[in-house]
Design a protein around this ligand. Structure first.
Ligand code: C5P
Length: 239
């Protein structure tokens, strides 16, 4: 799958389809992709994903698979059949799980990109101690990102503040997909480890996941365009 532009991924986090479709109708698939996660997938299933694809959008299926290798490989196979552009799984599922997923997807002509979840940003260092991880969150993120790369994954999800350190260790082709994006004057909502769109790109992010700054904007189209311009200007290879 084409990893390149558009670099913006709009998170569809709705309990009902109507507001999601109202938003989708205002968005341009040449400017953004869409992320469908556990809430909407559990409520509306693969049909919702298919309909969004039919509207011309690339879909990041954010279901964070984590299970035995055979089960995750089969789930990835199903996601590839659905035609999604990107999916994710937990890197802590281990090398065998990640390799099984990549081997199964290699049988597809148009395999989705696969990115690894390292350490969920909701966990702090003390949570990690409680579940038996040693070292800081950052050290675990680095270790799991290396394991994901060694296992053949296309990249990882990380906060825009972690992207800089990861970009030093991994080539440009390794995708760094960052949520936690807020313009300087946006409400930060529940995002703590956040950065502006331009700073996330300068830190080495390849794709930005953006929810409320676009979905809750009075004019989502305008909000998307403003972020798109900020990203374009921050890219080193762009005028
Ligand atoms: O509205 P907001 O821009 O905060 O949405 C960010 C999206 O990225 C949400 O769908 C959220 O679940 C997701 N996400 C996140 N932090 C992570 C991983 C995913 O905010 N570490």
């Amino acid at each position: 799958m084409n990893a390149g532009t558009p670099r913006l991924i709009i998170a569809l986090d709705y309990a009902e389809q109507t507001p999601a479709w109202r938003l989708i109708e205002q968005l341009d698939p040449s400017l953004c992709r869409l992320k469908i996660g556990k809430e909407m997938f559990t409520r509306f299933g693969p049909d919702f994903v298919r309909q969004a694809i039919q509207q011309g959008f690339d879909i990041f299926l954010d279901l964070k698979y984590h299970d035995i290798p055979n089960t995750v490989a089969a789930a990835c196979d199903a996601a590839a059949d659905l035609g999604v552009w990107m999916l994710n799984l937990h890197a802590s599922g281990g090398r065998k799980m990640m390799e099984a997923a990549m081997n199964r997807l290699a049988q597809h002509q148009q395999a989705p990109l696969v990115i690894g979840v390292t350490i969920l940003t909701a966990l702090d260092d003390s949570d990690l101690v409680e579940i038996g991880y040693q070292g800081t969150a950052q050290a675990n993120v680095n270790r799991l990102a290396t394991l994901a790369a060694d296992s053949g994954l296309n990249g990882v999800v990380c906060s825009p503040l972690e992207a800089n350190a990861l970009r030093q260790q991994h080539p440009e082709s390794f995708l760094l997909v960052t949520p936690g994006i807020r313009a300087a004057n946006d409400p930060k909502d529940d995002q703590i480890r956040k950065a502006t769109p331009a700073d996330a790109i300068k830190n080495g992010a390849s794709h930005l996941v953006i929810g409320r700054p676009v979905t809750q904007a009075a004019n989502p189209q305008q909000a998307l365009m403003t972020i798109h311009q900020a990203v374009t200007q921050a890219l080193p290879d762009q005028p």
